[in-house]
Design a binder for this molecule. Structure first.
Ligand code: AMP
Ligand code: ZN
Length: 476
């Protein structure tokens, strides 16, 4: 049975199948803007795309996963100029950080990770084709805009009401869209090429319309065309990208190539909230992976927490949720150890791909796989896994071996690795110093100072556990 998934364009749950004559399933996902560390909301979206890819692969499809890097836009240019760095050096640093976080979270590496800066000629060529075909116009300052009224079916993804002109000012998540800060003929039009402005510094490239840089939306049209062709199987992104970004991608590509049916399936994942609120730096509720690791959580626990809600529903992230993820993984590890013992497998054999790839068995995990195939229902799948874990039945070694194979495939699809050796949390020097001073005060029976130093440790988020002969420092 194929994997089924909701498609934003048709509003239907549809099977994901290989097109006749094609051997790979082409999947384009809008990637990170590399101007700072990605937050856990970004990672929820990338993780859900990763689970989709893994699930398709377990189902037997060969997937070509393309995820771009947005390394030129208003934010990256501002960031580089503020840091007094070249755009390349600035975005390279944040790209490296993104890759390190992806590896820690167990994300598979996309087959292609194209960068916008490395595809300027392709973007210019596409804009030229749009101008030649009458879908774009050149403004007095050399900027080029897409003429939305020239595209008869513009708005088909988000089902815009054509009688009401929608501006590009807000996105489909209701957020202000600051991607286009330039003048244009109609508020519905959007920038394809932005003429060079002094605030862009040295960041400009040649074009038939003068020096400038591409608008944001065109990069995904040019890079998907280059790496997957004019039509491909699936396009993914967070729900905020539906309008205007994806709507604009469809219009640009279909008008430039003259081929309808840009992406056959649209996969949008709902946003992550923190403690019921939209995440933002100003509210102090924005978490990166590093923030959570500093609190003592492992990346695998973070992964579990971020994928555990259904992709079509907003996920309310809480620290309590990551604690629940920790106990769920712990429970699963203890249960799996007993299962492996009955089956006569070692932990290393369990982790080996051969267990997953060479066998067709699902054992008691067949319902968990079936529910995952149904609209990528990850919470349903995890629920089925824990139903099996809770069963009070004796299994034979042969049955246990089938269960091991089934469980290994489910965990592979979800990208969850059991029995990861936990790295010791690094203790910041200031915390180590407070700990040493408090221990010395306690030894000297200066309890007032010891109490005061404990308060300072607590304020930094650390707990000090005293033993007879020493102490341990742990994130609180
Ligand atoms: P950006 O780095 O802003 O270009 O975003 C990268 C990806 O993260 C896009 O697919 C966004 O739709 C997605 N995204 C941004 N904010 C959130 C959030 N709070 N929850 C889930 N996904 C998000
Ligand atoms: Zn995109």
């Amino acid at each position: 049975m194929p994997v089924f998934l909701h498609d934003t364009m048709s509003r239907e749950v549809r099977p994901l199948l290989l097109k006749p004559g094609r051997s790979t399933f082409g999947m384009y996902c809008c990637g990170p803007t590399v101007y700072g560390p990605a937050h856990i909301g970004n990672f929820r979206t990338f993780l859900l795309q990763d689970v989709l890819r893994r699930t398709l692969e377990v189902d037997g499809l060969t997937v070509k996963h393309v995820r771009n890097l947005t390394d030129v836009d208003d934010k990256t240019i501002r960031g580089a100029m503020a840091a007094k760095m070249t755009l390349t050096a600035f975005t390279r640093g944040w790209t490296d950080k993104f890759h390190a976080d992806c590896a820690a979270l167990g994300l598979l590496v996309p087959q292609v990770e194209p960068s916008a800066v490395a595809h300027i000629p392709q973007q210019v060529a596409m804009i030229k084709s749009l101008v030649d075909r009458g879908h774009a116009y050149v403004a007095k300052d050399g900027s080029v805009y897409f003429k939305v009224c020239s595209c008869a079916d513009y708005g088909k993804l988000s089902r815009l009401d054509r009688t009401q002109s929608r501006t590009q000012a807000t996105n489909s998540a209701g957020e202000a869209n600051d991607a286009d800060e330039y003048d244009r003929e109609s508020a519905a039009d959007f920038a394809l090429w932005k003429s060079h402005k002094p605030e862009d510094g040295d960041n400009h490239w040649p074009s038939p319309w003068g020096e400038g840089r591409p608008g944001w939306h065109i990069e995904c049209s040019a890079m998907s065309l280059q790496h997957l062709g004019a039509t491909f199987d699936l396009h993914g992104g967070g729900v905020d990208l539906c309008f205007p970004h994806h709507e604009n991608e469809i219009a640009q590509t279909e008008c430039a190539t003259g081929v309808k049916g840009f992406a056959a399936h649209w996969f949008h994942s709902a946003h992550l909230l923190v403690d019921g609120d939209k995440m933002s730096k100003s509210k102090g509720n924005l978490y990166t992976l590093d923030d959570l690791v500093a609190k003592g959580f492992t990346p695998m626990e973070v992964r579990y927490a971020l994928i555990s809600g259904h992709y079509r529903t907003s996920l309310n992230f809480t620290l309590h949720g990551v604690e629940n993820a920790r106990s769920a993984l712990g429970k699963l590890e203890r249960w799996t150890d007993r299962l492996l013992e009955v089956a006569g497998f070692t932990r290393a054999e369990f982790a080996a791909p051969a267990v997953q790839e060479t066998q067709t068995a699902w054992g008691r995990f067949a319902p968990a796989w079936a529910i995952l195939q149904e609209d990528l229902n990850i919470p349903g799948c995890l629920g089925q896994v824990f139903t099996v874990v809770g069963e009070q039945v004796e299994v034979t070694p042969a049955q246990a071996r089938q269960d091991v194979v089934g469980l290994a495939k489910i965990l592979h699809a979800l990208g969850l690795t059991l029995f990861v050796v936990k790295a010791a949390v690094a203790i910041p020097p200031a915390v180590a110093d407070l700990g040493a001073r408090r221990w010395a005060a306690k030894q000297a029976k200066d309890f007032a100072t010891a109490d005061q130093l404990r308060k300072e440790l607590t304020a930094l988020g650390w707990a000090m556990l005293d033993r007879k002969d020493g102490y341990d420092l742990k994130p609180a």
